[in-house]
Design a protein around this ligand. Structure first.
Ligand code: MN
Length: 324
């Protein structure tokens, strides 16, 4: 999806000193534009944190009745310097991109798009979709990989039992001996977990990685902290195992990865290393540069998305935890 904020701020992201315990991040509500538009719940980037591993953007939406929101119709828009992961709990979204990629994304299927040097894509919910419910995640590409050619990976992620009362679908990385075929550029974990009522799992994790749980439905205790729907609970690198307990049953997304150490600037749908780079990406999109290419066969109703106006003044400095 496109970051549809009317006046997106330029966000400078970087690492910060680790803390003990669980950092609980509440989502902020972001309307996607239009009078009856969908809203998303955004937990990354957050005022108090930029990354979980290389995950740098977490939007969670729905379940939304398409009859009242009109569904999703995101016209062609650009990305650069990142990968996107589309994951649905309900509904179907038709994806077209300027690399010739065309897929219908369905629940249980992971869709990882590499923007790299530049891509354009559109996303439109299908006519048969009556409810939309899912997440849109972005992965920052490290300096050595940020000019990769555009690419699309699409794979089913079948459910596997990882513990008593716990089923996982592994989007990226490896969990409980099950490895996703999706390729990433930094060590990364993404999995949907369904927990039966009263389920408890002490999961072994790489102590060099940081991990987070995003609650979709139900409530959980995560490394001792209570989390409800929409909240993201983050544990810094250190522990070799983490405990997840459900109350009356829950569905969550588990995210993890090697702490990301590079400084970046995020603005709109771009990741660069400084203001001038992001401004150049914006100009390239506005000029219809071949850098992003053209989306063929977009089935929606709108013109390609124009870039918003860039904020004036200097960068807003940002750290994961102000005061550290
Ligand atoms: Mn997008």
């Amino acid at each position: 999806m496109s970051n549809a904020e009317r006046e997106p701020a330029e966000v400078r992201c970087g690492p910060a000193a680790p803390a003990r315990g669980v950092q609980v991040l509440d989502p902020r509500d972001v309307p996607l534009g239009g009078p009856r538009a969908m809203h998303v719940r955004r937990t990354l980037p957050h005022r108090e944190r930029s990354f979980v591993g290389a995950w740098c953007f977490v939007d969670h939406y729905g379940p939304d009745p398409v009859a009242s929101t009109g569904g999703m119709d995101v016209p062609p828009h650009p990305h650069a310097g990142l990968q996107t992961v589309t994951w649905l709990f309900a509904g179907e979204v038709e994806h077209h991109d300027s690399g010739g990629g065309h897929v219908v994304v369905r629940p249980g299927e992971v869709n990882l798009m590499t923007a790299g040097h530049g891509i354009a894509h559109s996303e439109v919910s299908t006519a048969g979709t009556d409810s939309l419910h899912g997440v849109q995640l972005w992965v920052v590409l490290p300096e050595v990989d940020r000019d990769l050619p555009r690419d699309l990976q699409h794979h089913p992620a079948p459910p596997v039992a990882v513990a008593d009362g716990v089923r996982a679908r592994v989007l990226v990385g490896e969990l409980g001996g099950h490895r996703s075929p999706v390729r990433t550029r930094t060590p990364l974990l993404g999995a949907e977990l369904e927990l039966e009522a009263g389920a408890a799992w002490t999961m072994p994790v790489d102590p060099a990685h940081e991990h987070a749980v995003l609650v979709d439905a139900g409530t959980v205790r995560w490394h001792g902290a209570a989390l409800g729907p929409g909240q993201l609970g983050v544990v810094d690198a250190g522990p070799g195992e983490l405990r997840l307990e459900s109350g009356a049953g829950a569905r969550v997304l588990l995210l993890g990865g090697e702490p990301y150490q590079e400084q970046i600037v995020m603005w709109w749908n771009f990741i660069g290393r400084d203001h001038d780079e992001v401004a150049a990406l914006r100009a390239a999109w506005q000029d219809r540069s071949a850098r992003f290419g053209e989306v063929e066969d977009y089935p929606g109703r709108h013109a390609r998305l124009p870039a918003p106006t860039m904020p004036g003044g200097t960068l807003r400095p940002r750290t994961r935890r102000p005061g550290h």
